[in-house]
Design a protein around this ligand. Structure first.
Ligand SMILES: [Zn+2]
Length: 222
């Protein structure tokens, strides 16, 4: 998928994105430039690759320049999301949009969605800092408090990825405790699906998705 390059702007694309694009046949570099034309404030955020984690944004009390968007460059990571059915729930709205644009979404589009969604969180962080009259540490606290309040409402009390890791590794007896409460494998599957759907509807999550969707819809493929 091609994004038009922002006119008159020499955006510096983080080197990590060139590597990601090469490994996944993606076009996150152009998506990044499109994101900057929507939200120029996010240009300072670091972008790093990490093979052991899904896409995420880590805010830092020193501000955006110390904050990170982390993305997974391993094609297997995306294939596993497809195989496990996570992708079907997670990317439903994005798949619909891509198909409307005449694109059959693949691994590259999943990576673009990952980047743009996390860029949406970076944009939210700049708003929290602005709310705190430019004081990054205060903005960081505002973001953390808002986030905590949101994730506590989830059926599993936190993001699905964290609960899944705790279940798979039986961290501090997490799986044992749930099994003792009568949670079967089947029930666990239902719970994680419900958790993922509820997570996506949290205000900060649906906000980051809307940010990503509007960039994909506006910066139409050429
Ligand atoms: Zn998110």
């Amino acid at each position: 998928m091609m994004f038009p390059v922002a006119q008159g702007r020499e955006a510096i694309v983080p080197p990590a994105l060139a590597e990601l694009d090469e490994r996944l046949g993606a076009n996150t570099s152009q998506a990044y430039i499109a994101a900057l034309s929507f939200a120029p404030n996010i240009s300072g955020v670091q972008v790093v690759l990490n093979e052991s984690l899904g896409a995420h944004f880590v805010s830092h009390p020193y501000g955006l320049e110390y904050s990170k968007i982390s993305l997974n460059p391993d094609p297997e990571h995306y294939r596993e999301q497809i195989r496990s059915g996570v992708a079907k729930t997670r990317f439903a709205e994005f798949s619909g949009l891509y198909r409307q644009l005449g694109i059959r979404p693949g691994l590259g589009e999943m990576a673009v969605v990952g980047l743009l969604h996390e860029a949406g969180h970076a944009d939210q962080f700049t708003r929290h800092i602005a709310q705190a009259a430019g004081q990054a540490a205060l903005g960081f606290d505002l973001r953390r408090a808002a986030r905590l309040k949101e994730v506590q409402t989830l059926p599993l009390g936190g993001p699905t990825s964290i609960a899944l890791t705790a279940w798979n590794n039986n961290t501090e007896g997490y799986r044992d405790k749930l099994i003792a409460q009568g949670i079967t494998d089947e029930r666990w599957q239902e719970l994680t699906e419900k958790n993922t759907r509820t997570y996506m509807k949290l205000p900060s999550e649906s906000g980051a998705d809307q940010f990503a969707l509007s960039i994909i819809a506006t910066a139409r493929p050429s």
